[in-house]
Design a protein around this ligand. Structure first.
Ligand code: BGC
Length: 441
């Protein structure tokens, strides 16, 4: 049986990623909380992981004991700025405390400034639908970065602008559940503008900052190779979902099948590219899916599916994603800002993890500038419209009792982080079923 270890470069960041609304609990002043109270989600966020109550401490301990040297979390706009003219200094102090907590544990912090949630007052002003959001976001970013700059130099302006825009204004999974693709593109254009404004503001405040955003990237294949219609649908979807935002950052123009927006100030506003990868889609033409421009996205029937079939384990798609990133931006560092799978009993996560780390190692081995990996997520947390029906944590959470229970994957990930690599022994121990795929004899 082959014995080997796939090593990563010195200084590689190994961490987990979280987001404020999903872990803090009692985020009552944003549009998601309201959406939950209106009954649109599978359960409510409630106390979530009770980080606002202080349980971040024990979870950061879990992370550092598990060999992680970095953590990505987000700050909640509606806490920091509960009303347009009110700043909550105590909330900022709490985030400073968390950041200090990471520093004391020797961990690098990455802070996300917007992760899907908007203050209710912003919703009243039209959310991201009008350009008025741009100076508002910039003002919030300036205040927050000023307050936190002592402890963080790695910033993620906006998490998955493509998902926010297309789920809120396309397929209807997110609030405000409007189906209007033109508006979706307008929202995304305003996110590009706000990202660019935030990029400049952060650099003004902190010249050494590294600023980027997190792109949800879905590699895609046409369902029927012989079908020109499937191929066309694939390219519409691929360009709309994957390319619109990043090409606006490269060219200053946001292109879409339903209109163009010139945003010259966005050109070159990234110091790294953040990639969130979960799975690869199989695309076909669907006559009745006008909501999504007649495209339909699925997975191969025989895929290795997660609990609710939300994710298919397709590690090669991760490699394709990194390949796309390095070709699109040859000199830009890449950080994997999210990757993970929902798997309550942990029967699949070990192989998902090992296979994805293996694909990332292939990329690193070609000298592609992948600098870090943040697994989604540390502890089970509130999964948006899916609520508590999906469990992404390395640690299991009982939201009622707040009890955490370690899953085997937490030990596998700890072994990877501590070794700064993936070894044949680890694969043999935690997911022997894919040994031959990762270490062929
Ligand atoms: C989001 C996370 C979410 C994860 C798993 C990503 O698209 O950024 O907030 O929890 O997917 O669903």
């Amino acid at each position: 049986m082959p014995q080997a270890t796939f090593h990563f470069p010195r200084g590689f960041l190994w961490g987990t990623a979280t987001a404020a609304h999903q872990v803090e609990g009692n985020n009552t002043n944003n549009q998601w909380w309201q959406w939950e109270q209106e009954g649109h989600t599978n359960g409510r966020s409630g106390l979530a992981c009770d980080w606002w109550g202080g349980r971040w401490r024990e979870d950061f301990d879990r992370a550092v004991e598990g060999g992680q040297n970095a953590h990505r979390f987000s700050v909640e706009w509606s806490r920091i700025q509960p009303a347009p003219d009110t700043w909550d200094e105590d909330a900022l102090e709490k985030y400073r405390l968390m950041l200090r907590g990471l520093r004391e544990r020797g961990m690098t912090a990455m802070v996300t400034l917007h992760h899907f949630t908007d203050p209710l007052w912003l919703k009243e002003k039209g959310s991201w639908e009008t350009e008025a959001v741009v100076p508002l976001f910039e003002r919030f970013v300036r205040k927050t970065v000023e307050a936190l700059k002592e402890y963080c130099t790695l910033w993620c302006t906006i998490n998955e602008p493509n998902v926010y825009a297309l789920s809120g204004y396309g397929n209807g999974a997110f609030p405000p559940k409007v189906n209007n693709i033109k508006l979706a593109v307008q929202v995304e254009a305003n996110m590009v503008r706000a990202h660019a404004a935030a990029y400049r503001a952060i650099h003004e405040i902190q010249p050494e900052a590294r600023v980027g955003y997190a792109l949800h990237f879905r590699p895609m294949v046409a369902k029927n190779k012989w079908s020109p219609l499937d191929a066309l649908m694939r390219s519409i979807r691929y360009e709309g979902i994957n390319l619109a935002f990043p090409s606006a950052i490269s060219t200053g123009v946001l292109r879409s099948p339903v209109g163009r927006h010139r945003i010259p100030e966005a050109k070159g506003t990234q110091d790294y590219l953040g990639i969130n990868y979960y799975s690869r889609d199989t695309i076909s033409f669907h006559l009745f899916n006008h909501k999504e421009l007649f495209t339909y996205s699925g997975f191969p029937d025989d895929a290795d599916f997660s609990d609710t079939k939300f994710i298919a384990n397709i590690p090669e798609g991760f490699y394709e994603t990194l390949k796309w990133a390095v070709r699109a931006y040859p000199n830009t560092p890449i950080i994997v800002t999210e990757n993970g799978v929902e798997d309550a009993d942990d029967h699949m996560r070990p192989r998902y993890l090992a296979q994805h780390i293996h694909q990332m190692w292939r990329a690193v081995n070609f000298n592609w500038p992948v600098k870090g990996y943040f697994h989604w997520s540390l502890v089970d947390n509130f999964e948006w419209e899916r609520g508590w029906t999906q469990r992404f944590g390395l640690w299991e959470l009982d939201p009622e009792t707040q009890k955490r229970t370690k899953r085997p994957s937490a030990d596998l990930y700890a072994a990877i982080c501590k070794e700064n690599g993936l070894s044949s022994e680890m694969v043999q121990k935690y997911c022997p079923e894919v040994f031959e795929k990762i270490f062929p004899s």
